[in-house]
Every structure is written in C-alpha cells, then in structure tokens.
Design a binder for this molecule. Structure first.
Ligand code: UD1
Length: 423
C-alpha cells in the first residue's frame, strides 16, 4: 500500500486543469458497453481506479474497452453474460449501474448486492423499486440481486427516498427505460450535472429522454441504441476540492475547465466564507483576501450543497475565525474525517448529523488515515495548510477519484511525496 507525505506550509500558486467527472463517466461507460449496439468513444475520461474497476466489470460482461490518450473506446457486450460478481462489485458500489441496463438489454441480470461503506449503509431499495415498476421480477438471495423481464414496460415511477432523490437509482432506471416498451416518467429524479450528462449521452445514442436537468424525466422507449462519441463534463467535485485547497493555503490559483453553474452551491458558500472567486470564460481564479469567516452549511441533493464537498468544507472551516456548523442530510454517517482533522489540531464536535467546528488559528501535521474518497481528499488539503509533516495512509481511497493528485498539486507549489507503506 502507498501513502502520501505532505510537507505543509506552501502557498499554492498557478494554474490547474480539471479532469472529466468520475460520477459522469461511470454510468456513461455502462450505457455504452451494455445498451449500445456499436462502438462508443468517450473523451475527457479521468485515469482513476474507479474507472479501471468498472472497466473490469464491463469486460467481465463481454465488452471490450481500450484507453488511449484520455479517451475510452468501448465495444459493447457481444455475448449473453449477465453476472457481475461479488469480487468486482465489492470494490465499487457504482457497479450496481449494470443492473438496469442488463435487464433491459438481455432480459436478465445477476449482480452482487453492494455492501455498506465508510459513509453509511447505502441501500439500493430505490433501484429495485424502479425496476419492479418497469415490470422486472427482482429477488435478493445469497448476496445477489436477480432481475428478469422479457421486455421492460414504461411506467410512472416516484424515486424519492427517505433522504431525497437518488443519483444511482435515477441513472439505473433511466438507462433501463430507454429500451422499455412505451413511456416512462420518473418523478423525483436526481438533477446532478452528471445525471444530465448521462441523459445527453443516451440521447446521442438514439434514446428519447426529455426533461433533462429537472426532477421529472420522460423517457420514450426505443428498440435499439447505437454507439456514439461524447466528451464527458468536467468534475465539479475535483474543482471544488482545489478551490478549497487554494483558499486553505492562502493561495492564488486559476482552476481551468469548470463553469459557474456546476459549482454554484459550493461557490456561494466559499464566497460567504470570505473566499474571492473571479470567473471568466474558461475557469475561475481563487484568492482569499482576508481571514476566513465562519458559516453554516447544510448538504442536500443538487442544486444544494453536495455531500461530496462536505469533508473538504469542514477542513476549510477549521481555519475560520469563529464557530461554523455543517449538517449532513444525504449520507448521515459521513463524518469519520472529523476525528482525523482533530488529530491535526482542528476543534470539531459531532452532534448526530451536525458537526460544530470551532475555528483554530492553525493546523499541525500528523499521521492520519483516509477512510473514504472525500475524507481522504480533505486530509491532503489540510496537510498542505498545516505546519510540519502529514502522512496520509490508505490513499487507495483517494486514487479512486483523483488522478495523480500529488502531481497536480505539486505543479502549483505543494510538496507531496507518494511512497510505499514500507518506506
Ligand atoms: C452518488 C455518488 C456519490 C454521492 C451521492 C450523493 C456516484 C458514483 N456516486 O452515490 O459520490 O455522494 O450520489 O450525491 O455517482 N438511498 C436510498 N435507497 C436507494 C439509493 C439511495 O435510501 O436505493 C439513499 C442513500 O442512502 C443516500 C441518498 O439516498 O442517503 C442519496 O444516495 P444516492 O444519490 O443514491 O447516492 P449514490 O448514487 O450511491
């Protein structure tokens, strides 16, 4: 295993380019590999562990995937393989995305039931409910979800769960509905930018999805989808993470390849906390003219403040001049990073789904451990802002969603080394 050793205290300065969105490319690759009848080419694909894990799942199903210069060439499945095994699915929950498309295309699917993870239990009841509404017979036994249907049939489906809309269930059911007979209406659909990117991709394949970007999606089923070429949108969470990194190191960083609507909720909160954002046509310059101010943040589905930026925001608010709060409404157990930040000198107290953050004047380097992807990212960012050396272990979590994070940050002034655990 590898770890990152961060020599803190550097001021980030320069230009950094944002990669394609992980959460967009995962369902898009699934659609290309399972629903399409001919080759698709995806551009702006980040080189991440999650993308490689998903490629292995899709290759196991019979697709053929080649990566060349940031593009994926996806030849769709060509045999009747319908099982996604535990060994692969356990590495990445997003493997559940193959469930709906497999039933739609092959009439049946057997997908390992994804487990919980460090950010909470993460059920899949909405995915199952949606597919049942489309006429699939779904059964969970011996750790697998079995689904089958001769042909799915369009229906009215409400996908609102106890924590609001579900990104994954919306993607799964929307993909399945593209090949169903008749019209499907999804109420309470997730509106995240990556869901819209998936819908645009499906339409380019010949699907008929209406209401893109809203909470009501209307999908008129078609008989067949073909391969297409698509450039994946940029990663709003990577951009948000680097905005926070710039602010926490009192830096001056230009973040290229991101637009205001993608990061609206995060930008609003950064500005409220005293960060200056100067947007132009290609990106945003991030500076922090004065002391960071305390604020209150509540996570919510898009267009609300994203749960995937909650950890990074907690790091930033640790250095504000007063008491902030963060209320986590999406993944209510997602606070493991608070204890790690406290090891670095932060003053964070948890009360149920609320974190109370008393700002401190500085952080100090310490050995810490990444518990999930974004919890890992905040430790790297905090490590750059802290005095002294921080060692972040279990960085395989970080590599799931950030391509060569240390190279990018070192290019704008950070001092981060990747070493193997034995060093
Ligand atoms: C996706 C993102 C993840 C992000 C999350 C919320 C990907 C690959 N991952 O995860 O980074 O944190 O959206 O923005 O895109 N829920 C149910 N039943 C279900 C499904 C979800 O109750 O069947 C609950 C979840 O436990 C959670 C909430 O709904 O509390 C939202 O989850 P969901 O949007 O489905 O998250 P993912 O798609 O797993």
């Amino acid at each position: 295993m590898q770890k990152l050793i961060i020599n803190g205290g550097a001021r980030l300065e320069g230009k950094i380019q944002i990669n394609g969105s992980k959460n967009a490319v995962l369902p898009i690759a699934v659609a290309a590999a399972i629903l399409g009848d001919s080759v698709s080419v995806l551009h702006n694909v980040p080189n991440l562990t999650d993308v490689r894990t998903l490629s292995a799942v899709l290759e196991g199903l019979g697709a053929s995937i080649t990566r060349k210069n940031g593009s994926l060439y996806i030849e769709p499945i060509n045999r009747m393989e319908y099982e996604a095994p535990y060994d692969l699915v356990r590495k990445m929950r997003a493997s559940i995305y193959v469930l709906g498309p497999l039933v739609a295309k092959l009439g049946r699917a057997k997908v390992s039931f994804p487990g919980g993870c460090a950010i909470g239990p993460r059920p899949v009841d909405l995915h199952i409910r949606g597919l049942e509404r489309l006429g699939a017979q779904v059964e969970v036994k011996r750790g697998y979800i079995y689904a089958q249907a001769e042909r799915l049939v369009g229906a009215e489906i409400d996908l609102i769960g106890q924590h609001g809309p579900s990104v994954g269930a919306t993607a799964n059911v929307m993909m399945a509905a593209t090949l169903a007979e008749g019209t499907t209406v999804i109420q309470g659909a997730a509106c995240e930018p990556h869901i819209s990117d998936l819908a645009r991709f499906l339409n380019a394949m010949g699907a008929d999805v209406d209401g893109i970007g809203t909470s009501t999606l209307t999908i008129r089923g078609v008989k067949q989808l073909h391969g297409t070429e698509h450039t994946v949108i940029s990663d709003d969470i990577e951009a948000g993470t680097f905005m926070v990194a710039a602010a926490m190191t009192n830096g001056d960083v230009y973040i290229e390849g991101i637009t205001p609507p993608q990061t609206h909720a995060v930008s609003e909160k950064l500005i409220e906390a005293g960060v200056q954002l100067d947007w132009d046509r290609t990106g945003v310059r991030v500076t922090t003219p004065g002391q960071l101010k305390p604020i209150d943040v509540t996570t919510a589905p898009f267009p609300g403040f994203p749960t995937d930026m909650q950890a990074q925001m907690m790091g930033l608010l640790s250095l504000a001049s007063g008491t902030s709060t963060i209320t986590e409404n999406v993944h209510t157990d997602r606070f493991i990073h608070a204890a790690e930040l406290n090891r670095m000198g932060a003053d964070i107290r948890l009360e149920g789904r609320k974190a109370i953050i008393n700002g401190v004047s500085s952080l100090s380097g310490a050995p810490v451990m990444a518990s999930d992807l974004r919890a890992g990212a905040v430790l790297v960012v905090a490590g750059m802002a802290a005095a002294g050396e921080t060692t972040v272990s279990r960085i395989y979590h970080i590599d799931r969603g950030y391509e060569a994070i240390e190279k990018k940050l070192n290019s704008i002034g950070a001092d981060i080394r990747r070493v193997s655990d034995s060093e």
